[in-house]
Design a protein around this ligand. Structure first.
Ligand SMILES: *Cc1c(COP(=O)(O)O)cnc(C)c1O
Length: 327
């Protein structure tokens, strides 16, 4: 689909995958006026194909669009684009061989400023696309706990910035920290707040949860420096369903360190569409490792993960009305 200042959205079409033609002066290549989404299509046992809470992604895409001064897309166009692509390409949605087979079709909607214009202002010509790729489980090790690097030189987001928007620029800014993580054998980076370097925000592309020994489960309260994950929101609801007490509040790096040492914190996990729910085994920092004293087997993370996957793959009743049929 294409948007122009004069005409609005038009030119809805599905066409074969292939390279784009962009003018070298296209604004996105210079000023990063770009946003994206990530959502999956799941094949159910009866062969039908479903997606999970797409109206949440549509709403977030509009939030991101407003922050990046891009035009907003309606629910109808956003969800309609997924349906239009799947009507054509549904055979690319893999069929799980068992409940342990977390295959899906990953969908990547994105919007770019395509106007050729080197001046600095919101583009008057914008393109929207959605591409897809079959995907297996995100982490090769399955539900094995992962090691996370704590970034102490870089922040992902700052107050008043673009942290809450899903934009390529945030990811570009996180790559130097990602490189540090790799050098320390960590797959992901945890970021602290930019003002005090004290409050836990999230990973480069996943939200964080902490499980306490008394059944409380906490995630950092949303601010404009945290990306509101659809998985995060779903975990809060599923945790309540499971009789846990979810909390959204500030969590400091000291609370993590002390809670891990004392056994007060029994599990830490990361969550997002790509990796679902993944236990965090240790936090690697410049001052040493933070490991859970309990050496947890992560029962809560595993239970929530199974609940979420059973819903997404149609193995459990959709009591929250979270599924939308695509094909
Ligand atoms: C996409 C993303 C998440 C996870 O969001 P989901 O909707 O759960 O996939 C978390 N943090 C960041 C920075 C993200 O870009």
């Amino acid at each position: 689909m294409r948007w122009t200042l004069d005409t609005g959205w038009h030119g809805r079409e599905v066409r074969p995958y292939g390279p784009l033609t962009l003018d070298p002066a296209a604004a996105v290549l210079h000023y990063a006026q770009e946003i994206f989404e990530g959502i999956k299509a799941y094949r159910h046992a009866d062969g039908s194909v479903w997606t999970f809470r797409p109206e949440k992604n549509a709403e977030r895409f509009r939030r991101s669009a407003r922050r990046l001064a891009l035009p907003e897309l309606s629910d109808e166009d956003f969800i309609g684009s997924l349906k239009a692509l799947l009507a054509q390409d549904h055979t690319w949605v893999p069929t799980p061989k068992s409940a342990a087979d977390e295959c899906s079709l990953y969908l990547r909607p994105f919007m770019i400023a395509s106007e050729k214009f080197l001046g600095v202002r919101p583009a008057h010509e914008v393109d929207y696309y959605v591409i897809a790729s079959p995907a297996a489980a995100y982490f090769k090790g399955g539900v094995e706990p992962v090691s996370i690097w704590l970034s102490s030189h870089y922040n992902r987001a700052a107050p008043g910035g673009t942290g809450f928007a899903k934009c390529g620029g945030n990811y570009a800014a996180s790559l130097a920290a990602q490189k540090e993580a790799s050098a320390h054998d960590c797959g992901q980076v945890a970021f602290l707040d930019a003002r005090e370097n004290k409050w836990i925000e999230e990973l480069g592309g996943m939200n964080l949860f902490f499980v306490f020994k008394d059944g409380r489960i906490a995630t950092p309260r949303l601010t404009d420096t945290i990306l509101e994950g659809v998985t995060r929101d779903s975990v809060l609801t599923l945790a309540r369903d499971e009789g846990l007490s979810p909390e959204e509040r500030p969590i400091s790096i000291d609370e993590w360190r002390e809670g891990a040492a004392s056994g007060e914190i029994t599990e830490v996990f990361a969550c997002g569409t790509a990796a679902v729910i993944t236990p965090v085994g240790e936090l690697v920092t410049e001052e040493g490792h933070i490991r859970l004293a309990a050496g947890s087997d992560n029962p809560i993370a595993k239970r929530l993960r199974t609940k979420l996957l059973d819903l997404q793959y149609g193995r459990a009743e959709d009591t929250h009305g979270w599924l939308t049929k695509l094909v």
